[in-house]
Ligand binder design. Structure first.
Ligand SMILES: Cc1cc2nc3c(=O)[nH]c(=O)nc-3n(C[C@H](O)[C@H](O)[C@H](O)COP(=O)(O)OP(=O)(O)OC[C@H]3O[C@@H](n4cnc5c(N)ncnc54)[C@H](O)[C@@H]3O)c2cc1C
Length: 386
């Protein structure tokens, strides 16, 4: 309903919305429980999405993208939660909005042909590799190194919490080319996972997003050609930060769309379920709870569209997107708790979506920059520390 109130979407956007919605509901959602149980999902999901043109929405036509506007991306991210699997959703967003944007912005022709084109087609899967066992929020503290050796670089180190890491054909990899330096010692590489010395050391057993793999990786004397350096040496941190604004916003768009679905399911449940001969939603305490949630979701939606409008117009929206990530991440946790409580004991049972959602939402305040780091960015941009 809300999407009709906002002026941003054209008839073409709505046709695309129906296409994404039916794909998610008909072809992905029926498998969601099975993939959650297996802790994995098959590659055909990427291949099919590539065929449908979902993996290169805003990317240049020259490499197989659709060169569409950011609102088309908004539509895609809003419909994706209908697949009922946060794991699949996360894996797909890693491919579309986390490991490929840097190639589009900083990659050369050869890199775009070799890696971006098959990524858009869904034939090659990627991962974004920044976090290390001793460096999460503090990206400048990464220790994985790439040392120049003639026309090659030798990479040594380890990464952790890498989504898609076990199935990836290539990685967008952050390393130190100058370990003496902090931010300005970081460079980005496109790393083929067939490189000798590369291993997936451990698959992590995690709280939520279970249908996707999250792994630890090791790099032992991995020799890769200098042609895989992405952008300039020493400029990797800026490339990562550049991508964060975009990736965080897309994550928020999908996040709020997921919370909306959860609220709707909860409202439906509360209208059906009775206690003391009264519908659960007709107890004023519960009605007010649902009204509060609906209000906060609407506020989050407005913030998202405000940020999307800024991004669509090419404006710098770092502060606003950080606010969005903070607000949506915290709202997700609150909404899942409230919705589960309103389901009573049934909310505690896996058959109800709210049960899985309760586990999944915790990533929203941690992954891709925690709530504390978002507050830090906002506070700095408010000039509070200077
Ligand atoms: C399921 C999952 C998938 C992930 N996928 C990827 C991926 O694909 N690629 C990738 O590179 N990474 C990935 N991550 C890693 C994720 O981005 C990090 O977990 C996140 O950045 C936090 O880093 P950390 O876990 O090391 O926590 P830490 O940095 O150790 O932080 C611990 C706590 O301290 C707080 N804290 C840290 N610094 C400050 C500060 N200055 N002020 C106040 N509080 C602070 C944090 O907010 C947090 O609450 C994933 C993580 C998970 C759980």
């Amino acid at each position: 309903m809300a999407d009709k109130i906002y002026p941003y979407f054209t008839e073409e956007h709505e046709i695309f919305r129906q296409q994404v919605r039916s794909f998610c509901e008909e072809q992905l959602a029926p498998h969601a429980d099975e993939w959650e149980e297996e802790g994995n999902f098959p590659r055909w999901v990427f291949e099919k999405m590539g065929e449908l043109g979902f993996l290169g929405i805003t990317y240049p036509e020259k490499y197989g993208g659709a060169a569409a506007d950011f609102w088309t991306k908004v539509v895609f991210a809003e419909e994706l939660p209908r697949c009922q699997s946060s794991g699949v959703l996360l894996s797909v967003l890693v491919q579309t909005d986390m490991c490929t944007p840097a190639i589009v912005t900083f990659g050369n022709e050869e890199q775009k042909e070799e890696i971006l084109r098959p990524a858009i087609q869904g034939k090659k899967i990627g991962a974004i590799c920044v976090t290390e066992p001793n460096a999460g929020s503090d990206v400048a503290a990464i220790r994985t190194t790439a040392v120049k050796d003639g026309d090659n670089y030798i990479i040594n180190g380890s990464k952790t919490f890498i989504t898609n890491g076990a199935k990836a054909d290539w990685l967008t990899l952050a390393v130190k080319t100058n370990p003496q330096k902090g931010y300005s010692g970081i460079s980005l590489f496109l790393f083929p996972t067939t490189t000798p010395g590369f291993t997936v050391t451990r698959k992590l057993n995690k709280l939520g997003h279970r249908a996707t793999d999250t792994v630890e990786l090791a790099f032992e004397d991995c020799k890769i050609s200098k042609k895989y350096l992405l952008g300039e040496e020493g400029k990797g941190f800026y490339a990562i930060m550049h991508g964060f604004q975009y990736e965080r916003l897309v994550g928020c768009i999908a996040g709020v769309a997921g919370i909306k679905l959860l609220l709707q399911e909860t409202v439906n449940y509360c209208k059906e379920r009775t206690a003391f001969k009264t519908k659960i939603c007709a107890f004023q305490a519960n009605a007010h709870r649902l009204a509060d949630l609906a209000t906060e979701i609407e506020a989050a939606q407005s913030l998202i569209y405000h940020c999307s409008d800024m991004v669509n117009r090419g404006l710098n929206a770092i502060k606003e997107v950080s606010m969005c990530k903070l607000y949506v991440g915290e709202l997700g946790v609150k909404a899942a708790r409230e919705c589960l409580q309103l389901h009573g004991g049934y909310g505690y049972i896996e058959e109800y979506h709210v049960c899985r959602a309760y586990r999944d939402v915790m990533l929203g305040t941690i992954g891709g920059g925690s709530s504390e780091i978002m507050r830090e960015i906002i506070a700095r941009m408010m000039g509070l520390y200077s």
